[in-house]
Design a protein around this ligand. Structure first.
Ligand SMILES: [Zn+2]
Length: 443
């Protein structure tokens, strides 16, 4: 097929959800969204050269971070490395790879850690960028996500409503598509609740696609017996973008910035707090970084950030919520508490349920189930807080790829979306099957 034809098809398919906003209103179709993603991918693959040239020419922001490899024997050493301010991204047998600010390097040496390799992140980005500049963004940016969510809510107004749980540092709304046959907006219900949230971390764009396309699929299949049953008996919340400021910043210049945190301007001028270290459960303890320049900076205090505060208010109001998945990338893992301490969950019944659910969801996705702190101890994350404070069965999913920067890392391209979304629909459907009684998972 000619490139022109592909471009035309891609444009036509991709513009459907937006076109659907005008009347007559149409829902974005799940298969069409996936198809648009495929075509965009083909199109992108055909034009790598202009894209890279454009990246190289785009206005560079000074980036003082490095991609580093550091020797580390076990989870205890990995936790100590985290505390120097390194954001650990990949874990090998005897070493880790991740992102370290230039100020972190002397701290690593002081503590006796050997940095095997370091590459300025700016050169890594230029060399290994796989996809996608704004002009072929098959991934949904903030406005495109809102368009899809609005259209879903309008077309399914009997069972779906869209509302904001709060504003970000820069004033963007954090949207929640609620699917509930009895109540709308922020009203309370007694029905057992399941939550699917994405994009705590800005550069993890695939973590938006999974909950967003799950919402599309769910409403498109609303008359399927199992789906219908969940829609009418459960309280389903889908929040695809907890950190829209960071997500928009990451794609704002046509060259990825590998941004992780929110957009808080810290008093010393460094940008961002790691929202997934900012929750108030053992906050600031093991694995936390207190350096503002670090990618894993936990903030000046627990719940210092409007984004994590919004999630807190939302979760505390809806105490009917029993299950939660917080999507991240990458490594293909299903993680369960505790993340902040090495000990297993104390309550035996809960622990067995966590393990049974994690194993089942790992089987459905092909991922690996693990207690979160088996990787390293890190305090202040969403799931430790949700379980520790509210008793919610909360899981962190690390989506594709499995690892290795040659598979794209945080930027694997749109080619992975379809497979990742479909596998994760199975896991999400399973989670809803045990939302009414999570302990039943272990029976
Ligand atoms: Zn993440």
């Amino acid at each position: 097929m000619s490139k022109f034809f592909l471009t035309t098809v891609a444009f036509f398919l991709y513009s459907l959800p937006l076109a659907a906003q005008s009347s007559p209103v149409r829902s974005p179709a799940f298969e069409q969204l996936l198809k648009s993603v495929e075509h965009k991918y083909i199109e992108a693959a055909n034009i790598p050269v202009p894209r890279l040239a454009k990246d190289a020419a785009s206005g560079d922001v000074k980036d003082d971070r490095y991609w580093v490899s550091v020797w580390a024997a076990d989870k205890y050493e990995r936790t100590k490395i985290l505390e120097t301010g390194v954001d650990i991204i990949e874990i090998g047998d005897n070493k880790i790879s991740g992102i370290a600010h230039k100020n972190t390097l002397p701290i690593l040496s002081e503590k006796g850690f050997v940095v095997e390799d370091k590459i300025p992140l700016s050169s890594y980005i230029t060399t290994f960028l796989k996809d996608f500049p704004p002009e072929d963004a098959a991934y949904h940016n903030y406005d495109e996500m809102i368009a899809v969510l609005k259209s879903l809510a309008e077309n399914n107004s009997d069972i779906a409503s869209l509302y904001s749980i709060g504003k970000t540092v820069e004033g963007r709304e954090i949207w929640n598509l609620r699917i509930n046959s009895s109540v709308k907006g922020d009203a309370k219900t007694d029905k057992p609740g399941a939550v699917f949230m994405g994009e705590h971390h800005a550069r993890e764009h695939l973590s938006v696609e999974v909950p967003l396309l799950f919402a599309v699929w769910l409403l498109e299949n609303r008359n399927r017996e199992d789906v219908r049953n969940y829609i009418y008996t459960l309280d389903i919340h889908i929040l695809p973008m907890i950190n829209p400021d960071g997500a928009e910043y990451d794609i704002s210049t046509g060259k990825y910035k590998w941004h992780r945190k929110n957009m808080r301007k810290n008093p010393d001028g460094n940008i961002g707090v790691d929202l997934n270290r900012n929750y108030d459960f053992r906050w600031g303890g093991a694995g936390a970084s207190h350096y503002t320049y670090s990618d894993t900076y936990c903030g000046p205090s627990a719940f210092s950030e409007p984004e994590s505060q919004a999630v807190k208010r939302f979760m505390e109001k809806h105490r009917n919520i029993t299950t939660l998945i917080s999507y991240h990338t990458y490594s293909e893992l299903v993680l369960y508490p505790w993340g902040g301490i090495y000990e297993p969950v104390e309550n035996e019944q809960d622990r067995k349920a966590f393990i049974a659910m994690a194993k089942k969801m790992a089987q459905l996705t092909g991922y690996t189930a693990k207690q979160s702190s088996d990787l390293y101890a890190a305090t202040g994350d969403t799931c430790d807080w949700a379980y520790g404070e509210l008793g919610t069965f909360a899981f962190t999913f690390e989506l594709s790829p499995k690892g290795g920067w040659y598979s794209g890392g945080f930027y694997p391209g749109p080619g992975v979306i379809e497979n990742t979304v479909k596998k994760n629909i199975d896991a999400a459907m399973y989670l809803m099957s045990v939302t009414a009684d999570p302990h039943s998972a272990a029976k």
